[in-house]
Ligand binder design. Structure first.
Ligand code: M6R
Length: 612
């Protein structure tokens, strides 16, 4: 949530910052702003997208070599021009951009009000910059020391960048609980909530850790701890990401591009890991904790949103192939409910962004209780990837659309490989069954390719849904989580109320909703649950519900009962989620486009949920 950028160097700062903000817009997009130093501080900010900020600044910008910028997802105060960042201190010397929440902002505000400070916005950020100003005035210290001393009094989460009119040779940034990456160019320095703002300008980065601050000057960067002002030996990483991977590449939306990338992203997920011939999974992260995995009596899977749905698919597959009990829980519940965590538990934490606040906090809690945490993340260098005891990257490539698509199928693929690994390790899975599944996984990318050819058909089926106010998604077995995921996708980007249910649960309540106004999307591929779900479809039809079904090629029974059918190629029951998910992603996408919704940046959402 919220994206921050900063630049200090020889280039003109404005284009660097505005391009950076456009790339970070997926993090929050209700308002944006920029502060530049060119002998004086110039601030532009407004409600709306970065494009509106660019229009506002049109032609007026003087050249500047130092600046910070922000794209906002509102926490304190509604999205408007005044609450947009950057915020300036009362004396007009200091400006700040901030991602996170200052929890003790009320007491800090009162403290400052008592000392005649005034505030224009409703934000916690304006309080913080004035508190920094106050500390600097009282303690008579340099900007970095003022930031450090002020942050020691702050409770909450932050990633900040601060510049000062009086000390324009410095840019100070710090993090606690919100991500921050420094880019090191030649004689120039960048700050970003992630590396995308400067990916075309440098590949050398430092990931700031919680409790660290960076003091950036024209001559270099010094990293120190906030608490004790000790120098930190930071590691410089080399990024592998390139610019193409974060651009739309001819597609109308990132979401569509990402749906179409799935044949490739799944190939990348399995590359060098899945060995059919000798029935082996090679994943360094699993090998690193093999002793713990051998002793594991239970696996807890935690995540949020789509990642939680992937976890549910993982539960079905891991229990099926390895017979190790699995529990799946929302990270937000897990972290606050005093769960039983044992030292021989394996906790699998799933997160595309690797920055989700609840998942991160749940990991810390599990680790403190002695559990071994295995992280499944997409973003290399993310907080969750670094916090986990071991892990595996999904290698799906950058996912920019707020609705998660290719990350989900990559997560399910990693979980399937974990299930295969565990099943072989504890002998619950025969070599021949392993080989059968591995062979079939390798065919999945091609099968997804063939399904993507159904895009036009799905687009016309979307018309059956695009005027609805509600929709019900039903699935069973491995495809129950797919029904949940289909409903989440539809509601988040098209604003149609949608619910996912295990099909058999329908008669325990939701069936009351079914009439000719309630479209029901049924995920019913051939497999263990097929016969049972056919009966569920009949129950819907008997009540005049319109049925859109996702089933296997040639399933005439489901076809005959459905108003529209999307067919998937044949695969093993446990792998069907990797195929059934695809048409549901396309369906949501087309419904959202037909309803003229902002597909990549749905209202009220953000890609990376870094506040709890
Ligand atoms: O980055 P994470 O996977 O931790 O994010 C978790 C959820 O916020 C995320 O999956 C969200 O539900 C998506 N918008 C769903 O499409």
């Amino acid at each position: 949530m919220c994206g921050i950028v900063g630049y200090m160097g020889k280039k003109d700062a404005f284009p660097v910052l505005i391009n950076g903000l456009k790339r970070l817009e997926y993090r929050g997009y209700d308002s944006s702003g920029i502060a530049l130093y060119n002998g004086d501080l110039e601030i532009y900010k407004c409600k709306g997208k970065v494009q509106e900020l660019e229009n506002l600044t049109g032609g007026k910008i003087k050249s500047a070599k130092l600046g910070i910028g922000h794209t906002r997802w509102a926490t304190h105060g509604e999205p408007n021009d005044v609450n947009a960042h950057p915020h300036i201190s009362n004396n007009g010397d200091l400006v700040i951009v901030h991602n996170g929440i200052i929890e003790n902002c009320d007491s800090l505000k009162q403290f400052l009000l008592d000392r005649n400070y005034t505030f224009k916005s409703d934000t916690d950020t304006e309080i913080l910059i004035n508190f920094i100003e106050y500390v600097q005035k009282e303690e008579k210290v340099t900007l970095d020391q003022a930031v450090r001393l002020a942050l020691r009094e702050v409770v909450g989460a932050y990633a900040i960048a601060v510049i000062s009119k009086k000390e324009p040779d410095f840019m100070v940034s710090a993090r606690l609980g919100s991500p921050l990456v420094l880019g090191l160019g030649s004689g120039e320095f960048f700050i970003g909530s992630d590396a995308t703002p400067f990916i075309d300008l440098t590949k050398k980065v430092i990931y700031l850790e919680d409790g660290e601050m960076a003091i950036i000057s024209t001559t270099g960067v010094s990293i120190r701890t906030i608490e004790s002002d000790q120098p930190v030996d930071a590691v410089i990483h080399r990024l592998k990401m390139d610019l193409d991977s974060i651009e739309k590449g001819g597609y109308d939306h990132f979401m569509l591009k990402e749906i179409f990338e799935q044949p490739t992203s799944i190939l990348n997920t399995i590359r060098g890991r899945l060995f059919e011939n000798n029935a082996q999974i090679r994943m360094a992260g699993l090998d690193a904790i093999s002793d713990k995995l051998e002793k594991a009596n239970r696996i807890l899977i935690i995540g949020c949103g789509t990642s939680w749905h992937a976890g549910l698919v993982g539960e079905y597959i891991i229990e099926d192939l390895s017979r190790i009990p699995v529990e799946v829980e929302y990270a937000s519940e897990f972290r606050y409910r005093n769960p039983i965590i044992k030292s021989d538990d394996i906790v699998i934490a799933i997160s595309q962004s690797g920055e989700t606040a609840d998942t991160l906090a749940a990991i810390k809690m599990a680790k403190a209780a002695g559990a071994c945490v295995f992280g499944i993340c997409n973003v290399v260098g993310s907080s969750i990837a670094r916090e986990s005891s071991a892990g595996a990257f999904t290698h799906a490539g950058p996912e920019i659309g707020v609705a998660s698509t290719k990350a989900f199928t990559a997560q399910v693929t990693v979980l399937t490989m974990i299930a295969l690994y565990l099943g072989r390790s504890n002998d619950n899975l025969s070599k021949s069954r392993f080989k059968e599944i591995a062979k079939e996984i390798k065919l999945i990318p091609k099968k997804i390719e063939s399904m993507l050819e159904l895009d036009d058909k799905v687009q016309s089926i979307a018309k059956l849904l695009n005027k609805s106010n509600n929709a019900l998604f039903l699935g069973r077995g491995f495809n129950f989580p797919v029904a949940l995921e289909g409903a989440l996708k539809l509601k988040e980007i098209s604003y149609i109320h949608a619910e996912g249910y295990p099909a058999a649960e329908m008669k325990h309540g939701p069936i009351a909703l079914i009439d000719d106004n309630m479209p029901v999307i049924i995920v019913a591929p051939r497999g263990g649950m097929y016969e049972k779900i056919v009966s569920n479809i009949q129950e819907v039809k008997a009540r005049k519900g319109a049925v859109i079904s996702v089933t296997s090629y040639g399933e005439s029974e489901v076809k005959a009962l459905s108003d529209a059918v999307i067919e998937i190629p044949e695969t093993l029951d446990c792998l069907t989620p990797l195929l059934t998910t695809i048409p549901l992603q396309l369906l949501s996408y087309h419904v959202a486009v037909q309803r003229e919704c902002n597909v990549d940046q749905p209202r009220n959402l953000a890609k990376s949920v870094t506040v709890e």
